[in-house]
Design a protein around this ligand. Structure first.
Ligand code: TGC
Ligand code: FAD
Length: 397
C-alpha cells in the first residue's frame, strides 16, 4: 500500500480525528498496540491471497490464543484477561482492519461461544471448554440460523426432545461461522416438550453431528462458513445451558453486535487510508487525483461518518460497562457503523478505478466482506425495525 501525502493527515490523525486516544487506559492502548502489530505482521501480508483462495489458515486460532484476544472480558480463571469492553472493541477494530473474516472468527469464539458457556454453563462445562477456547486449542461455533429461519429465529425447525436423562436434537443450521472447524457447537433448538427455545454446548465429535462447508461465497472468503446437520444428536443435562427462550441466543448477539460496531470501523478506516494514499499518488489530468474537489468531498464524508461511528462505539462501550447497553442502542451502533464502513469501502473502491477491483488493494475485499456484515447479526432492516419499534411502540416485523 502507498503512503499518504506528506502534507496530508497521517494514519494516526485520520484514525482518531476527535482525540479518543486520550480516553483509553494504558492497558487498553497496550492491548490495542499488540494486536495492531500482529495484524501488520501476520495478516496483512497474506490476506489478499487467503481471500482469493477461500482459505482460513488452521494455525490462526492458536495464534489468536497466544496473542490473548479470545474471551478477553472473561475472568483470568477461565483464560480471559478481565479486560474492559473498550479493550474488546479495540481488538475487534484492529483485527477487522486486516479482514472482517478474521474478526468474525474472534467474535464468534468470544461473544457467541465463550460468553454463553460462561453465562449459562455449569462450572464443569466452563472448566471443560473455556480455557481451551481462550488458548485457541479448541474452536467454537454458534448455530442459530437455519435454511428457513434467519431474521426470524423464532421460526426455527431444529427440535429437541427429552428422553430419560438425555436430550435428542434433530435439525439443520445454515451459515455457521467456523462450523467445520469447531470442537464445540452452541446449538439452539425448540423443545417438543415445553415449546421453548433451549441451548446446548455440543461436542462436535458426538455421533450424528456433521458440518459441510459452503464454498460458493463471494464475501468473507477467508472465513469458514458451514451448514450443520444434527441427526439424533444425543446429549446430557451437563451440556444444556441454563437459559430458556430466544432471550438466550439474543443475549449472545448483543455481545457480538457490540463487537461488530467497533470492528467495522477498522475496515472502514483501512479503506479511507487506502483511498487517501492512492488519490495522492494517482496523476489525473496533470495533477494528483487528491487535488480534485469531488475526491476531497468523498474523503471528507468517509472521515465524518467513520469519526461519528467511533464516538458511538466508544460511548456504547461506556454504557455497556455500566449495564446500560440496551438492545436498541446496540442496534443503532451495529446498523450505522456498518453503513459507514460499507459506504467508505464502496467509495474507496471507486476512487481506485480499475485497480480497485483487484485484491492487490484491500478496498474491494473489505467492501464484499462488509456486505455479509450488513446481513449477519441482524440485517440493516432488522435493526431499523428494532429502532422503529423503540421510537413508536409499534412492532413492524
Ligand atoms: P421478541 O418477541 O422481540 O423477543 C423474544 C424474546 O427475546 C428477548 N429479546 C432479547 N433478549 C436479549 N437481547 C435482545 N437483543 C433481545 N431481543 C429480544 C425478548 O425479551 C423475549 O424474551 P422472553 O423471555 O420474553 O421470551 O422476538 P421476535 O421473535 O419478535 O424477534 C425479534 C428480532 C427480530 C429483533 C430478533 O429475532 C432478531 O434480532 N433477529 C435477527 C436474527 C439475528 O441477528 N441472527 C444472527 C445469527 S448469529 C450470526 O449472524 C453470527 S455471525 C457471526 C460472525 O461471523 O461474526
Ligand atoms: P432473511 O431473514 O431471509 O432476510 C432476507 C431479506 O428480508 C433481508 O433483506 C432482510 O433484511 C429482509 N427482512 C427480514 N425481516 C423483514 C421484515 N420484517 N420486513 C421487511 N424485510 C425484512 N448465523 C448463525 O447462527 N451463526 C453464524 O455463525 C453465522 N455466520 C454467518 C456468516 C456468514 C458469512 C453469513 C452470510 C451469515 C451468517 N449467519 C450466521 C446467518 C445470518 O445471521 C443470517 O444470514 C441473517 O440473520 C439473515 O438471515 P437470512 O439469511 O435467512 O435472510
Amino acid at each position: 500500500m502507498t503512503t499518504t501525502a506528506p502534507q496530508g493527515m497521517t494514519k494516526a490523525q485520520l484514525n482518531d480525528f476527535y482525540g479518543l486516544e486520550a480516553l483509553y487506559t494504558p492497558e487498553e492502548k497496550l492491548i490495542r498496540d499488540s494486536v495492531q502489530e500482529f495484524v501488520k505482521g501476520e495478516i496483512l501480508p497474506d490476506i489478499g491471497e487467503w481471500w482469493q483462495d477461500g482459505y482460513f489458515p488452521p494455525e490462526l486460532p492458536k495464534k489468536f490464543g497466544d496473542l490473548g484476544v479470545l474471551g478477553v472480558t472473561l475472568p483470568e480463571k477461565y483464560g480471559g484477561l478481565g479486560a474492559s469492553y473498550t479493550a474488546y472493541g479495540l481488538i475487534n477494530r484492529e483485527i477487522e482492519y486486516g479482514d472482517s473474516g478474521m474478526r468474525s472468527f474472534v467474535s464468534v469464539q468470544s461473544s457467541l461461544v465463550m460468553y454463553p458457556i460462561f453465562t449459562y454453563g455449569s462450572e464443569d462445562l466452563k472448566m471443560k471448554w473455556l480455557p481451551r477456547l481462550a488458548s485457541g486449542e479448541a474452536v467454537g461455533c454458534f448455530g442459530l440460523t437455519e435454511p428457513d429461519a434467519g431474521s426470524d429465529p423464532g421460526s426455527m425447525q431444529t427440535k429437541v426432545k427429552k428422553i430419560g436423562n438425555t436430550y435428542v436434537i434433530n435439525g439443520v443450521k445454515r451459515w455457521i461461522t467456523s462450523g467445520s472447524r469447531a470442537d464445540v457447537a452452541i446449538i439452539w433448538a425448540r423443545s417438543e416438550d415445553d415449546g421453548k427455545v433451549h441451548g446446548f454446548a455440543i461436542d462436535t465429535t458426538t455421533p450424528g453431528f456433521k458440518a459441510v462447508d459452503i464454498k460458493t461465497k463471494a464475501s468473507m472468503r477467508a472465513s469458514v462458513t458451514s451448514e450443520l446437520y444434527l441427526d439424533e444428536v444425543t446429549v446430557t443435562e451437563a451440556e444444556k445451558l441454563d437459559v430458556t427462550s430466544l432471550r438466550g441466543p439474543l443475549s449472545c448477539l448483543n455481545q457480538a453486535r457490540f463487537g461488530i460496531s467497533w470492528g467495522v470501523l477498522g475496515a472502514g478506516f483501512f479503506c479511507l487510508e487506502e483511498a487517501a494514499a492512492y488519490s495522492e499518488d494517482r496523476p489525473i489530468f496533470g495533477v494528483p487525483l487528491a487535488s480534485k474537489q469531488m475526491i476531497q468531498m468523498k474523503l471528507a464524508d468517509m472521515l465524518a461518518d467513520l469519526t461519528k461511528g467511533s464516538l458511538v462505539a466508544f460511548q456504547l462501550a461506556k454504557l455497556k460497562e455500566q449495564g446500560q447497553d440496551t438492545p436498541p442502542r446496540i442496534s443503532l451502533a451495529k446498523r450505522d457503523n456498518v453503513r459507514a464502513a460499507l459506504g467508505a469501502a464502496r467509495e474507496s473502491r471507486d476512487m481506485l478505478g480499475g485497480n480497485g477491483i483487484t485484491t492487490e488493494y484491500g478496498s474491494i475485499r473489505h467492501m464484499l466482506n462488509l456486505e455479509t456484515v450488513a446481513t449477519y447479526e441482524g440485517t440493516d432492516t432488522v435493526h431499523t425495525l428494532v429502532l422503529g419499534r423503540e421510537i413508536t411502540g409499534h412492532n413492524a416485523f
